[in-house]
Design a protein around this ligand. Sequence first.
Ligand SMILES: Cc1cc2nc3c(=O)[nH]c(=O)nc-3n(C[C@H](O)[C@H](O)[C@H](O)COP(=O)(O)O)c2cc1C
Ligand code: SF4
Ligand code: SF4
Length: 273
Amino acid sequence: MEITQVCGVYWSATGNTRRTVENIAQALAEAMGCPCRLEDITPPGKRARTLDFAPGELAVVGSPTYAGKLPNKILPEFQTKLRGNGALAVGVVTFGNRSFDNSLAELCAVLEAGGFCTVAAGAFVGRHAFTDKLADGRPDWGDRREMADFAKRTAEKVKGLTELPGPVTVPGDAAAPYYVPKGTDGQPAKFLKAKPRTRPDRCCNCGVCARVCPMGAIDRDDVSSVPGTCIKCQACIRRCTRQAKYFEDPAFLSHVAMLEQSFAHPKQNQVFL
Ligand SMILES: Cc1cc2nc3c(=O)[nH]c(=O)nc-3n(C[C@H](O)[C@H](O)[C@H](O)COP(=O)(O)O)c2cc1C
Ligand code: SF4
Ligand code: SF4
């Protein structure tokens, strides 16, 4: 099957999914001998647009895993703003070394329901947004080699297609409930309402945190105030060069400590074709 264009589409708060989708989409375009376009749907304004695809196009669509599924506040945009119209798609999730549980199954189901034909899928490890102690430095060069290999194998599969393929088979259950985060005591850690705090002695009011918040939750005139919905994505924490932002919610910190204790052993990427 001929492909006219590869398009990498990603929602990525701390950069892992962006890096992963960019690598795979560019390698795929090279292997297919066609142009590559990238669409960042992380900022609220960018997510509001509808992206229409056409037969003959190949979309590489990426999302992080949040609580074992797609981020629930972003799910409606994945469901309604990406229109496949018979284009092929590669589903990509990243995860922070615990598990991708059901996120890849959910993404592939959303893509199929949105008019795409899923031809391949992959779950790739990236540094956990909550802590540098899980998968620090990933995706690394080894991961990039695996992404390139995945792209090459996907291109070979697409070139060999004579008709639209049936949905790619991936593990997990798209309808499964969210993973319940636990604390170090093994009990559910309830931190839904937690919001980042700001150290006034470090903050220089540069406004970066408010600009990068994918929920538009931080007040641009007073960055210490977070009137909107915080999804704990850590974009503001990671992008503040003065380490002025932090979480102090005890339940959140207990969950992070539990992850560090239980999920430090490096996990592997998994691909499905
Ligand atoms: C709110 C939240 C929930 C997360 N849940 C999971 C999870 O269930 N399993 C896991 O392995 N990693 C989990 N992670 C880690 C992210 O999936 C991982 O860091 C991802 O690569 C971040 O993608 P990004 O850099 O594109 O934002 C979670 C991260 C956040 C912020
Ligand atoms: S990014 Fe950091 S220094 Fe800049 S306004 Fe936000 S908290 Fe302050
Ligand atoms: S305020 Fe919450 S949602 Fe916004 S960037 Fe920070 S952690 Fe993410």
